[in-house]
Design a binder for this molecule. Structure first.
Ligand code: SAH
Ligand code: SF4
Ligand code: F3S
Length: 431
């Protein structure tokens, strides 16, 4: 009988991409996909960014090992990299621990068991099988990995290693395979995607090359660091039609004192100046960000400054997190750790401000027409949900339309997290 596998993904889009590649790798080895309750091999592709995310690994291991037909369990991803042998000490039934830079060696590891958290100099990408011919209409493509920024709260520089960019030619070829398989939209991924650099090719250069592929309608990139928003990238927003008018640019806090303590290498003023340049290049650009509340030493005045920057920027959406102390990071041992109750109150206030900002952004688009790329069914029968150029979720009822189609809609109503659209013209996805 064919052996089966299941990959469960936690964390960011980089892990989503890695999980796809792990699936392709196992299928090339003869495994077939199956559900988590029946698969012979279960890969947990884990996230270490906050304590809660990391702890999910252990509750899942417990549940899997309680299965009657015990699967082989592989811990992959950032918890694997950060904790390595500690995972086996804490959960001895684990068969394989493999880091985010070593998973191309998974087949051999599955045969013998063990731990591989090397960060080999040779890229895993060259050792992986080519992308599958059929891909979803919207695909991820990792172009850069790792981080050299060392924000004082963050584990990523330790779990993903130094910044490395993949060769531009290989990326254009991979993008071409994705488009040939049906992708209309590609999102370029990197922990610091705008630090991408292959010789003379910057992220802007890569965007121009990939945007030129016939059949590709939309191009996005995530996540960027404010320090690496180069002039040529800002210019690409003005000049490359396929590049969508949306930018996720985390600022983390509105307080310069905290930004210094976080080692962010930007100020609120430099961040706002970057946004001004972007808006001059692309006036309709939608902005998104990440925020941390309760960083060590954060006062009421610091938090008030965060609420101010949210109001000033007018984010289309944003993500906010309670600071989570991570082992080995400089912030973990800083004075002034903030009590949980204070973090809870600040998070609630920030989320209310972000929701109000998102609603204002969505309301402002009511009465306009745009294309949406249909990507999932809605909650009610007959409903489909698609993404606008500004990454808004738009709910429509459009008989005959299918996921993967591009649909022109009139935006007729707005909520904080979605809009309602009335269908205008359908562009059928290539079969
Ligand atoms: N490289 C990206 C993504 C980093 S992780 C960037 O720099 O933006 C995604 C988000 O998680 C970060 O932007 C930050 O807001 C949040 N985050 C990272 N470490 C955290 C921690 N220790 N506690 C709470 N949130 C954290
Ligand atoms: Fe973490 Fe900062 Fe690097 Fe982002 S830039 S991954 S927050 S260290
Ligand atoms: Fe998590 Fe690793 Fe991504 S820690 S956010 S899975 S880079």
């Amino acid at each position: 009988m064919t052996a089966t596998y299941h990959v469960k993904t936690f964390g960011c889009q980089m892990n989503v991409y890695d999980s796809e590649r792990i699936g392709e790798l196992l299928e090339a080895e003869g495994y077939a996909a199956a559900g988590i309750d029946t698969a012979d091999v279960v890969v947990l592709n884990t996230c270490h960014i906050r304590e809660k995310a990391a702890e999910k690994t252990y509750s899942d291991i417990g549940r899997l090992k309680a299965r009657v037909a015990k699967p082989k369990v592989v811990v992959a991803g950032c918890v694997a990299q950060a904790e390595g042998a500690e995972i086996v000490a804490r959960a001895p039934a684990i068969d394989v621990v493999v880091g985010p830079n070593a998973y191309h060696r998974l087949p051999a590891l599955l045969a013998r068991g063990g731990i591989d958290t090397d960060m080999p100099a040779a890229s895993k990408f060259a050792a992986l099988p080519p992308r599958r011919a059929v891909s979803p209409h919207s695909a991820f493509l990792t172009v850069q990995e790792g981080c050299d920024k060392f924000c004082t709260f963050c584990v990523v520089p330790y779990t993903r290693g130094a910044e490395v960019s993949r060769p531009a030619d290989a990326l254009v070829a991979e993008a071409q395979a994705l488009v040939a398989g049906g992708a209309k939209e590609i999102t370029l991924l990197g922990q610091n995607v705008n630090a991408y650099c292959d010789g003379a090719t910057t992220l802007a250069g890569l965007i121009r090359r990939i945007a030129a592929l016939p059949g590709l309608a939309r191009l996005r990139y995530i996540t960027s660091h404010p320090r690496d928003m180069a002039g040529d990238l800002i210019a690409a927003h003005a000049e490359v039609p396929a590049l969508m008018p949306y930018l996720h640019l985390p600022v983390q806090s509105g307080s310069d004192r905290l930004l210094r303590a976080m080692n962010r290498a930007h100020t609120t003023a430099s961040y706002l100046a970057t946004l001004d340049r972007l808006r001059r290049a692309r006036p309709d650009i939608a902005l998104s960000g990440d925020f941390i509340v309760g960083f060590p030493g954060e006062t009421d005045a610091d938090f008030a400054a965060t609420l101010r920057i949210v109001a000033d920027v007018g984010y289309a959406q944003a993500y906010s997190f309670k600071y989570s102390s991570r082992p080995g990071t400089p912030a973990a041992t800083m004075a002034g750790q903030v009590p949980e109750a204070v973090k809870d109150a600040r998070l609630a206030a920030l989320q209310a401000a972000i929701a109000a900002s998102a609603l204002a952004f969505n309301r402002a688009s009511v009465g306009t027409r745009c294309d949406i790329l249909l990507d999932r069914p809605g909650r009610r029968p007959g409903q489909l949900i698609g993404k606008s150029p500004w990454l808004q979720s738009v709910v429509v009822v459009s008989p005959g339309a299918r996921i993967g189609d591009m649909l022109a809609v009139d935006l007729i109503d707005a909520q904080p997290n979605s809009l309602e659209g009335a269908p205008v013209t359908l562009t059928r996805a290539a079969a």
